[in-house]
Design a protein around this ligand. Structure first.
Ligand code: AMP
Length: 177
């Protein structure tokens, strides 16, 4: 299928969700269109073919959807980064700032392969705050962050400055509303 698929047409845009002034880029419409979903996973496989990825860490919950088939196709471990209170084992956690208030995510430290190269995956990169906390968790657990992947990127929200020198890849970028 290569690069020819029109991914933009598969992404539902919902104005004023979850609140006024936000344009929400909804990936459920990608999942509902098998060609679009397969295109995303095929592109991920192509993009990271030579990147020596040892494991993939996915952010709850839409990150799970894209990271799971990727991990299965490559035959590499899948690590779930979850909201606080969901993981039953011993966890490492990180608090981070949201626009209003604070959030906390965590990971089973034992699931992160020590010294290995981990790709961190979410559906969409906005400010990059969530991904930054996720990369800090991966590092705190003893692995190396090989890169960050999001299906959608909103670079006008400055995620690159939030995420430092980590290589970031997205399949489609939107530049404001
Ligand atoms: P951030 O920490 O600001 O990068 O926010 C990332 C998380 O919020 C991702 O998991 C996204 O799913 C979600 N998100 C933020 N902004 C949007 C948006 N405009 N459309 C869809 N999802 C969004």
């Amino acid at each position: 299928m290569g690069n020819s698929f029109d991914l933009d047409s598969a992404i539902r845009k919902v104005p004023d969700f979850p609140k006024k002034g936000i344009l929400f880029y909804d990936i459920t419409s990608i999942l509902a269109e098998p060609r679009a979903f397969r295109y995303c996973i095929d592109r991920m496989i192509e993009l990271y073919a030579d990147a020596r990825i040892d494991a993939v860490a996915a952010i709850e919950s839409r990150g799970f959807v894209f990271a799971s088939p990727f991990a299965d196709r490559l035959g590499i471990p899948l690590i779930l980064i979850r909201k606080k209170g969901k993981l039953p084992g011993e966890t490492i956690s990180r608090k981070y700032q949201l626009e209003y208030g604070e959030a906390e995510i965590e990971v089973h430290g034992a699931d992160v392969p020590k010294g290995k190269r981990v790709l961190v995956v979410d559906d969409l990169i906005a400010t990059g705050g969530t991904l930054r906390a996720a990369t800090e968790l991966v590092v705190a657990a003893g692995a190396e962050v090989a890169g960050i992947f999001g299906v959608v990127g909103l670079p006008f929200l400055n995620y690159r400055s939030m995420l430092g020198s980590i290589p970031i890849t997205t399949l489609i970028e939107y530049h404001g509303e």
